[in-house]
Design a binder for this molecule. Sequence first.
Ligand code: SF4
Length: 343
Amino acid sequence: MQHRIRGAAELARFVTPTDDEARAIAALSERFRFVITPYYASLMDPADPECPVRKQVVPRLAELGDPHGLADPLDEVAHSPVKNVVRVYEDRIAFCVNNECALYCRYCLRKRMVGDEEWTMKRAELQVALDWIRATPAIRDVLLTGGDPLVFSDERLEWLIRELRAIPHVEIVRLGTRFPVTLPMRVTPELCEMLQRYHPIWVNTHFNHPKELTPEAARACDLLTRAGIPVGNQSVLLAGVNDDIATMKALCEGLVRMRVRPYYVYQAQLLEGTGHFRVPIERGVELFRALRGRTSGFAIPQYVLDTPYGKVPLDYPFLKGREGDYVVMESFDGRVWRELNPA
Ligand code: SF4
């Protein structure tokens, strides 16, 4: 973590920044931190500014011109009963345990807070959040997120999970972490040994492109799954990164080979400075429709839009409706099937 890249000069060890990138790094440094791990930078194509790894983390001047972008499109602040606890659903919460990540993704939903000191969680503030969970019996599922919970040392993370496990109504602890993608060496046998003492633990990670499916990443996911931790993946649909069928199919099939379940693909939010990443929803629906029937069902993630009212599935309507005693549906390749289904 101490060797992370924080400026254009350090980035030049891996790629030659374009004029646009260099100017964007300088212009945006005060608004959203620019930090990349050397490991992740080593995956970038030094000759191609359109490299899908590079586009995710190196600033572009396009971030300065986004008329529709909002700071907090999901209204998370309004959904926070105590600092950094986001409650949209009755029975579960996102607990933003810190404000730091291994690197900062340019499209991050929480870019208003990641890397910003104001959102750090001191031990006393973590205690306030734990007290709130203790006093709220409806909460059965706690997602540790941030930032990224694996920024914590094993000891600090264990303290937090142990506190949660001591709350009788907390049935599941989930970790949302991009470390398997951005710094997979953080996933050690010692970390997994600690986590498996507190089952059921689930992990969701965040691969966006097949280039990220390296042997190091596969090893990190393998350590987690061998510890009995189900690992799922949540991508974001990003223009120029993974918004074509071949790339999404290769990503999902590669994840399955690593025993990581493609779980969600999020529609990119109306988030400030991210207009150049957004894909029209209709095109996203067509992309996931095209995967149906062309790869294993469990390799197809659910395409969703997160809203202040919760996640909304953006599924292609294969079910067309009723005709008398039949329901009418469309097969993956466009043929019509009528299934006898008396009312
Ligand atoms: S790792 Fe996740 S929380 Fe951190 S910057 Fe990337 S998207 Fe945001």
